[in-house]
Each structure stands twice: as C-alpha cells, then as structure tokens.
Design a protein around this ligand. Structure first.
Ligand SMILES: Cc1cc2nc3c(=O)[nH]c(=O)nc-3n(C[C@H](O)[C@H](O)[C@H](O)COP(=O)(O)OP(=O)(O)OC[C@H]3O[C@@H](n4cnc5c(N)ncnc54)[C@H](O)[C@@H]3O)c2cc1C
Length: 387
C-alpha cells in the first residue's frame, strides 16, 4: 500500500535509494539526547565524529581529497535522510554549514597545497570549519563589510569583527572575508583560510539563540591578524564569487535536510492524531486537524521536488541562482508553517519542551534568516524575472 510514510521517493536510482536507506539507518543510531543538549546549548563532538566516520561530511567531495564523491542529487538525498533520522537539527545545521561554506570553497577554489592541508581533515571529522562574512553593520548587505585585509610583505593583516558565526566556538579553520582592495560591493573582497589559533584572531563567547541551540555560534574579532600569502583562497578580489558559490550550495542543500525534518514532524503528527482522543474519537477525525497534516504532506513533497531540481541542475553544470532561491524560500517558510501547525496538532503537549515539537518550530525559524533572508531570496527571484 502506498502511504505517506513510504521509505523513499520512487523515481531515484536504486543506488540513490540504497544510499538514502543507509544514511537513514545510520542517523537513527545517533544518541537521542537532543532535549537536554538543546537546554544546555551543547554541541556534540561525539555525534559530529560519528557522522564524519560514516561519511556524511565528505559526501560530495571527490574521493581523491578524502570524500565520498557523490553527485549533488545523491548528496541531497543523504542529507534528507540525515534530517529525517536525526532529531538534532543543530548538529545537522552545523554539518551543512561546514560542508558548503568550508569544504566546497576549498575544493572549488583552493590551491593543491590548500586542498592537501585541509580537505581530508574536514571530511573525516578532525577539523571543523566555518565562514565569517556577517558583521554587526553588514548582514543582508554582506558586501557592505568593513573588515579589511591590508597587503603587507609576505601576506595580509586582517582587522574587523564578525558576528553570528556558526561553528566558530569549535572551529579549527575560519574562512574570513575582508576587503583587500578598492571597489564597491563584491569587488575588492577576498577570502582567507585562517587557523583558529592564529595570533590576532579571537572567538567570543557562545551566543545564546532561539533555535538550533546545539549548533554553536559566536562573534569573531580580528585585530592586526597577520596571515601569509598562502592563506589567500582563490585570487585577490575573488571573495564575492567564493561567497556566492557557497551560498548556491548551502541554500539548496541545507533545505534538503529540512525536508527530512518536516517529514519526521509530519509523521509524528500522524501518529499523535490517530492516538489522541477527544470527544470520543481520535483527533485525526476532525478535518481541521487532518487538513493541517495533509498540508504538511503537500509541503514535504513540493519541498523535496524543488530541492532536487536544484541538485539535478547542479549535476548538469547549470546555473541555479534563481532555483536555489526559490527552494530556500519555499522550504524554509514551509518548515515554519509545518512546525507551527505541529504545535497546534499536539495542543498543550506541543507547547511543552518535553515533547520536542516546539523545538522544531524554534529550529525552523532560523531557516528564513540564515544563508540570506526570505526577503533577500525574493529579491534574487524578482531580479531573475527581470523586475
Ligand atoms: C542560525 C543562523 C546562522 C548563521 N550563520 C552564519 C555564519 O555561519 N556565518 C555568517 O557570516 N553569518 C551567519 N548568519 C548571519 C546571517 O547570514 C544574517 O543574519 C542574515 O544574512 C541577515 O542579516 P542581519 O541579521 O544583519 O539582518 P539585516 O540584514 O539587518 O535584515 C533585517 C531585516 O531587513 C530585511 N532586509 C534587509 N535588506 C533588505 C532588502 N534589500 N530588501 C528587503 N528586505 C531587506 C531582512 O530581510 C530582515 O527581515 C547566521 C544567522 C543565523 C540566524
């Protein structure tokens, strides 16, 4: 019988289906201690290492650099399975941030030496990466950044401050974006690979946030921080392009994990609505309840299709600026709606932290802000329409 809980979409290849099932099987073995760690804002290095050992972090990176060499669609299916099987959305978010904003830029723009130095360790869990673009005065207008990279003999001196940096408290490597030359907007911005222990770089205390609390975040300060010329990633002034490349991957791939999370929440609602009885019958028999869950199913299926469309386009070497923005906008907003409805379906129990339903809502809200807010995604989509 075809049901909403069918294990995998029927139109993927047998290898992709197997990959999905294998990641799902692994994800379900991860510890179920998210409730406590969410309260304490605790990242699990142990779960991180286990994911890396299984091959999650290295999934799309070519085997020659220590990764799994999966195509984008296969990677997305794996990340959906991770989001579905693992209830630690903060961990899943940290892994995604690491993959798209550290591994991918080094793989795509790094020199042989930089790839050699970092990629295998980023794939196998030894190193954690983060990228630092946002500043207190430059968020959506990221290229309005004030941080500077002054060329000096043998390298650059970095100065500035960054905020909202995912993984910063646990990172070994930071990709720092700073203005190294003249120019406005993306022109004149360069990216640097900076080791966490570099003199002049300080990571602030962990920031306390609404959701994704098991994903650590902090401010980063750069004060006369010297980095050698070999730390420059790509060419001087190529920072804007590097950032946009990361964002194209991140916008679509993080949302793949969101599809899995939404599906898990939908299934929890199905189970609860069948079991919970009021007025002498299961609440599933009230259409205003079952309609909410039906809407979740529509959202999950539509979200998956939009995400995998981006994956297919990327696998075929096509530009995905607009399609990634469409997927990011739809999935992140659908995730908020799904989790808000889930709280309603669970009633008072949904509002209590103990059941983990309200955590899903808190986690989902971040999705409409990180990797470019919904408003910014709509600007990209409108520009694509010639508006
Ligand atoms: C969970 C999370 C993780 C993050 N991780 C990282 C990270 O690892 N590295 C990093 O560098 N940054 C990170 N960020 C920062 C994130 O990229 C920024 O928060 C985001 O780009 C928005 O910037 P802002 O917060 O300064 O808001 P602002 O840019 O000040 O925006 C405030 C409001 O104004 C709207 N707005 C702004 N400009 C426009 C416009 N042109 N048109 C319409 N509306 C507009 C916005 O959409 C928003 O609603 C993270 C943020 C979150 C929430």
């Amino acid at each position: 019988m075809k049901t909403a809980t069918r294990p995998v979409i029927e139109w993927v290849t047998p290898e992709q289906a197997e990959h999905y099932e294998s990641v799902l099987g692994f994800a379900r073995t991860l510890p179920r201690d998210t409730l406590e760690r969410d309260r304490e804002e605790m990242f699990s290095r142990e779960a991180w290492n286990r994911c890396a050992e299984f091959g999650i972090q290295g999934m799309p990176i070519p085997a020659e650099f220590g990764g799994g060499g999966a195509d984008v669609v296969t990677t997305m299916l794996g990340l959906e399975a991770l989001g579905y099987g693992c209830d630690d959305a903060g961990l899943v978010f940290s892994i995604n941030a690491h993959m798209w904003t550290s591994e991918v830029p080094i793989w795509t723009f790094g020199t042989a030496q930089q790839r050699e130095r970092w990629l295998a360790g980023l794939c196998d869990g030894r190193f954690i990466g983060c990228h630092t673009i946002t500043e207190p005065g430059a968020g959506s207008d990221a290229f309005g950044m004030k941080s500077t990279a002054k060329p000096v003999p043998g390298g650059f001196v970095l100065n500035g401050s960054k905020t909202f940096i995912t993984n910063a408290p646990v990172a070994d490597l930071l990709i720092v974006f700073a203005r190294s030359g003249e120019g406005i907007g993306p022109y004149g911005i360069s990216a640097f690979l900076v080791e966490a222990a570099t003199k002049g770089l300080t990571v602030g205390g962990q920031l306390d946030k609404m959701g994704l609390r098991t994903s650590p975040m902090a401010e980063v300060f750069l004060e006369d921080c010297f980095v050698p010329s070999e730390a420059l990633l790509g060419g001087e002034g190529q920072g804007g392009e590097i950032f946009q490349t990361s964002m194209r991957w991140e916008r679509a791939c993080i949302m793949a994990s969101q599809v899995g999370t939404m599906r898990r929440t939908m299934e929890a609602c199905v189970t609860y609505a069948r079991e919970r009885r009021q007025f002498g019958k299961p609440i599933a028999k009230f259409e205003s309840v079952s309609d909410k869950i039906a809407n979740m199913k529509v959202a999950v299926d539509a979200a998956r299709a939009l995400v995998l469309r981006v994956g297919w386009l990327m696998d075929h070497g096509r530009d995905t600026m607009v399609e990634a923005a469409v997927a990011k906008t739809f999935v992140s907003e659908a995730a908020v709606r799904t989790h808000l409805d889930a709280v309603q379906v669970f009633g008072g129990y949904g509002y209590m932290t103990e059941y983990g339903i309200e955590r899903g809502l808190r986690d989902a809200v971040g999705g409409t802000i990180y990797s470019g807010t919904s408003e910014i995604q709509r600007r990209i989509i409108a520009r694509g329409l010639g508006l």
